[in-house]
Design a protein around this ligand. Sequence first.
Ligand SMILES: C=Cc1c(C(=O)O)[nH]c(=O)[nH]c1=O
Length: 309
Amino acid sequence: ATTKTKIGDFEFENCFMNAAGVYCYDKNELEQVINSQAGTFVTKTATLQSRPGNPEPRYHDTNLGSINSMGLPNLGFDYYLEYLLELQKTHPDRTFFFSLVGMSTEDTHALLKKVQESDFKGITELNLSCPNVPGKPQIAYDLETTEKLLTDIFSYFKKPLGVKLPPYFDIVHFDQAAAVFNKFPLTFINCINSIGNGLVIEDESVVIKPKNGFGGIGGEYIKPTALANVHAFYKRLNPSIKIIGTGGVLTGQDAFEHILCGASMVQIGTTLHKEGPSAFERITNELKAIMDKKGYKTIEDFRGKLKYL
Ligand SMILES: C=Cc1c(C(=O)O)[nH]c(=O)[nH]c1=O
């Protein structure tokens, strides 16, 4: 079996990659993902200026997953663009993802105009779902603002663009959000970001410092919500808008389920943070074993073919 995949006009040797925020802060971490079995990588979400992020401790692993309130620490847009342009020379046959968001609407447009005017040939992931910047709401929970933002963006941005979404929890919200996204030539949507503002307690205390311990939840806790968002949008969106599945992937079986729900690419966050880049080889082998057992040659043989009772 092969786990190669396609997003837009781009082919990837493997349908696995990191989730933004994990193993993607700097060149050292990104290099490790390049040299792993991952099919590609996405950068840490970049802002116009570099950011130190929130006070530590701001990330904590638990048996069932993770909680984080990093606060968008990153080395700044120019650092990641420069590295991505360098990679276009050293790895001309590969396509990488550039995650970004502005701290204001004006900044978001400034960032995307810089990408549009640059020689960047990869795919841009606009993060509409950061739950950890105090005072800033998750953009994608405000569908009117999201529609206005995407309308303005697509008036000048002509390169491949997708959006990183927070989880939705109401069928009507799936309907309303899908109706907005279907209006735009999006290359993909990525479901889901961490489930925002959870709380993890050990003994009598919270485990992270920012926001009195409130942070985005990842890992096993969130797979049912991640799968539901992947499948809900798979059923509602124009087939030209691909789905990236993110959330709760520990094993090949978890990845199989994301693809069964309609995902064309699977991102790994908490498991990658805990296990390191060797997780890509393990999970890829586990998925291939499942496909071989079931007689599936490619992921298209079962993508989106979730059975109902
Ligand atoms: C980009 C900010 C994000 C962060 C963060 O930097 O706090 N954590 C997440 O779980 N998701 C995000 O989108």
